[in-house]
Design a protein. Structure first.
Length: 64
C-alpha cells in the first residue's frame, strides 16, 4: 500500500520543519558558547582544523 501524495507531502513538510528546528537549536547552542563572537577568520580557521582532524579526534583531545 502506497501513501497518498498529500500524505507524502505532509510528511516531507514535517521532516523539513524538524530539520529547521534542529538547526536552530544547534545554532543557539553554538551561540551560547561564544563561538559566534569570534572574528570570521579565526572561526573559519578553527572550523577548518576541526574538519581536518574529525569530530571524534577533536572530542578525544578535548577530553584528554
Amino acid at each position: 500500500m502506497h501513501a497518498a501524495p498529500q500524505d507524502v507531502r505532509k510528511l516531507e513538510e514535517r521532516r523539513q520543519r524538524l530539520e529547521e528546528k534542529e538547526r536552530e537549536a544547534a545554532i543557539q547552542a553554538i551561540e551560547k558558547t561564544g563561538l559566534l563572537k569570534l572574528e570570521t577568520k579565526r572561526l573559519g580557521n578553527l572550523l577548518g582544523r576541526i574538519r581536518s582532524l574529525g569530530i571524534d579526534e577533536v572530542e578525544k583531545r578535548l577530553t584528554a
